[in-house]
Ligand binder design. Structure first.
Ligand SMILES: Nc1ncnc2c1ncn2[C@@H]1O[C@H](COP(=O)(O)OP(=O)(O)OP(=O)(O)O)[C@@H](O)[C@H]1O
Ligand SMILES: [Mg+2]
Length: 271
């Protein structure tokens, strides 16, 4: 990889690219198309490297829950659930990659369950040699939250929110952007409380301001916003900042990719 070229790890939330709030395993075609265009526009203007990780929405959360994959119950149904949940995520991934290709992005599917191993839901093995080669050839790997073999529980869930910090650390990324269906982190869930206030910066000093950090209104086996924030706080311990921005408001993702900071919530390293 070219160390002088900016590397961005971008998570496209399942809450944005699917009909998560309706609980249907369907792509939100309008959002996906617009986001693919915003990414393509930014890439045309600025020469950065990009890895995309997308979330699951109902494609992953619903079958994973049905088969109890998040519980790590090693029964005879577990491998069936593994196969079905993975295939469902493949269907979503296929559509994300195609949307990007339609905007002339050299996107290539990157299957986490083919390369990674978990231990109690944490990644303990995920080689990135091939991913690094792809990046250096200006290909955009498109990984996703997936179901993986787990040394302790047989099978478990690799959340996109867990994969992003892992990749940011391993690949030495310059920026981490989480695009979601909310403009950032609020002092309480903005979907439940219309007076919720956006917190522009979070670090260890003001974390207590968040009265209620919730999960998700839709089915979510990976902890929604609460676990997302925990993952990003761990990343700050490695000296890497991240941002949560809206992928619903047109233009925000494009501007963020082009270098604007502070359009959502910044999860900051301690001063
Ligand atoms: N304090 C908070 N600030 C902002 N959002 C919050 C807060 N508490 C809970 N949420 C919820 O978190 C949701 C976003 O998390 P969610 O896991 O659903 O999205 P995602 O990670 O994009 O989806 P996926 O897990 O499918 O990839 C928002 O829709 C919002 O309702
Ligand atoms: Mg989530």
């Amino acid at each position: 990889m070219n160390p002088n070229k900016e590397l961005i790890i971008l998570k496209l939330g399942g809450s944005v690219i699917t009909k998560k709030s309706e609980g249907k395993p369907e792509v939100d075609g309008e959002n996906l198309k617009r986001l693919a265009k915003e990414i393509a526009d930014a890439k045309k203007k600025k020469n950065f490297s990009l890895v995309i990780v997308h979330g699951a929405g109902p494609f992953g959360h619903v079958p994973a829950k049905r088969y109890g994959l998040d519980k790590g119950i090693m029964d005879e149904e577990q491998m069936k659930g593994f196969s079905i949940t993975h295939q469902s995520m493949e269907k979503l991934n296929f559509q994300v990659v195609e949307a990007l290709q339609r905007h002339m992005i050299n996107a290539v599917a990157y299957q986490p369950s083919a390369v990674g191993i978990l231990k109690n839901r944490r990644l303990i093995y995920f080689p990135t040699i091939v991913m690094e080669e792809l990046i250096s050839r200006d290909v955009v790997p498109v990984a996703y939250g997936d179901v993986l073999l787990d040394e302790e529980t047989g099978v478990n869930i690799l959340s996109g929110d867990h994969l992003v910090p892992y990749l940011a650390d391993t690949l030495n990324a310059n920026r981490v952007i989480m695009a979601a269906d909310v403009p950032g982190i609020f002092d309480s869930d903005p979907k439940k409380n219309k007076n919720a206030k956006l917190i522009k910066e979070i670090d260890s000093r003001n974390i207590s301001q968040i009265r209620e950090i919730g999960t998700s209104m839709g089915t979510d086996v990976t902890g929604g916003m609460e676990r997302k924030l925990n993952e990003l706080l761990r990343l700050t311990e490695l000296g890497i900042e991240s941002e949560i921005v809206s992928a619903i408001e047109p233009g925000i993702l494009r501007r963020t990719l082009l270098g604007e900071r502070g359009l959502g919530t910044i999860i900051k390293t301690d001063p």
